[in-house]
Design a protein around this ligand. Structure first.
Ligand code: 2HG
Ligand code: ZN
Length: 466
């Protein structure tokens, strides 16, 4: 088939400006945010509506051309990066960014996949509500990508993963059919909950084009605090005490090593307002009931007295709250400036975090002398970013296997919130039970029998998986 003909046919669907073919313009689509994965797209297509997405998918399916759905390119696992063959079409949802509707009484928002998270958050706030998906990349991440990767973030502890926000979904299937389940119902037990298959599937089963999200009431008061803690064990005691003092008002409980904050100081020039410590926890709570600040002060008194925290500060203004959060949210950027790092986005049952960290630190130090662990994460929900800064010559695969084996031994997951993308395909095959993988293969083959939806992501290529 002539390339020019394909481009003409795509342009006929999405308009002249909706097809990107220029090599320079394609760079954004060819490389992921970390510059770790690099591919070569045949072209990028930017549909303006669900109907155009469906037409593009049908056109490509008819010609056996694979599609790589693309959101804000903020994923960390290479899920939106095409392979190097030059044969895959990248489908960006960027031009489908409307907020279609907000229902203030029902606390829902219908939004298109290309809407940037921050824009959706602001719209919810203007309506007197809030959209409780919160993560460092919220200024660029798009709703479709967030749902396709079932993104986590800093308030999963209270509000759950992105999946739990979704009441209704609209998708285009691998054969180009529009399936619309944009219901705004809290309760809907009518048959299979098929939308759950597409959430977290990273575009391997179809393309999410719009969603109805469950919003939440705004909190009237918020308290943000930073505590210095001697060990991860002590951090968990603080977590337990926080649950007792401030209960469900706890939005976030983030663990950061002193080493992580040293990176932030070195590369971002941001200073921690407490003296040096091996570990820190960042706590955020919010409520509309009075007395939250007093309750957090009570928590401080308890944990300082018990020696589970050695120091602490409660933010006195929104500016100070922002400064505390900036420390936490700058870790990824600071780490990327430090050199080569291998990311392990793992989760273990919360009580197992200290033992996991101890064992992993010892094993990594022994097998990879000279490497440095950058551990931080959402300890309140069991998710630790166990990233290791290594020399360019280090055997990354061996290190990944070492960490993941330990995770499996602790009953954990090798991807808590970043997904599998192309980065962890082989590790998922290695670490998951054969029965689970067989079931996943059956789902993939049922929904994408030709294997044209984001091939090689999450699952091995279909021929290999058979
Ligand atoms: C975070 O928690 C993100 O800040 C990124 O999930 C984690 O850089 C990472 O490994
Ligand atoms: Zn994270």
């Amino acid at each position: 088939m002539s390339e020019a003909l394909l481009i003409d046919e795509l342009r006929a669907v999405v308009g002249e400006r909706g097809v990107v073919v220029d090599a320079n313009d394609l760079e954004n689509y060819n490389v992921d945010w970390r510059h770790m994965f690099k591919g070569r797209a045949r072209c990028a297509v930017l549909p303006r509506s669900t109907s155009e997405v469906a037409q593009v998918v049908r056109l490509c399916a008819g010609k056996g051309i694979s599609i790589v759905p693309y959101g804000g390119n903020t994923g960390l696992s290479g899920g939106a990066t095409p392979d190097g063959s030059g044969s895959q079409v990248v489908l960006s949802l960027a031009r489908m960014n409307a907020i279609r509707d907000i229902d203030a009484l029902g606390e829902t928002m219908e939004v298109e996949a290309g809407c940037i998270l921050q824009t959706a958050q602001e719209a919810a706030t203007q309506a007197g509500l809030m959209l409780p998906i919160s993560l460092a990349a919220e200024g660029s991440a798009r709703i479709g990508g967030l749902l396709s990767t079932n993104a986590g973030g800093t308030n999963v502890l209270r509000y759950g993963m992105s999946r739990t926000r979704v009441l209704g979904l609209e998708v285009v299937t691998a054969d180009g059919e529009i399936v619309s389940g944009l219901r705004r119902l809290r309760k809907d037990n009518a048959g299979y909950d098929w939308k759950q298959l597409f959430i977290g599937a990273e575009g391997t089963l179809g393309i999410i084009t719009a969603a109805v999200l469950q919003l939440a009431p705004q909190s009237c008061h918020r308290v943000t605090a930073l505590l210095a803690v001697p060990t991860p064990d002590a951090a968990l005691k603080v977590l337990r005490a926080a649950r007792q003092h401030i209960g469900e008002t706890l939005n976030a409980f983030e663990l950061m090593s002193g080493a992580a904050l040293e990176l932030v100081a070195r590369h971002q020039g941001l200073k921690t307002p407490l003296a040096a410590s091996e570990w820190f926890v960042l706590v955020e709570a919010s409520s509309c009931l009075a007395g939250l600040r007093d309750a957090v002060e009570g928590l401080f008194a308890t944990v300082l007295e018990e020696g589970d925290a050695t120091d602490g500060v409660i933010a006195e203004s929104e500016r100070q709250e922002g400064e505390l959060w900036l420390l936490r949210e700058s870790i990824t950027e600071a780490e990327s400036r430090e050199g080569r790092s291998l990311k392990h986005d793992v989760s273990v049952p919360i009580a197992g975090i200290p033992a996991f960290l101890r064992e992993a630190d010892a094993a990594v130090a022994q097998a990879f002398p000279g490497s440095r662990v950058n551990a931080f994460g959402h300890a309140g929900d069991g998710n630790i970013h166990y990233n290791v800064i290594v020399s360019p010559a280090a055997d990354g695969h061996a290190l990944n296997m070492l960490v993941h084996d330990l995770v499996v031994r602790h009953g954990g997951s090798i991807s808590a919130e970043h997904g599998i993308g192309q980065y962890r395909v082989s590790e998922l095959q290695r670490c998951r039970a054969p029965s689970e993988l067989r079931l996943a293969g059956r789902i993939k083959r049922a929904l994408d029998p030709a294997g044209t939806m984001n091939p090689g992501k999450v699952m091995p290529l279909i021929s290999q998986a058979d």
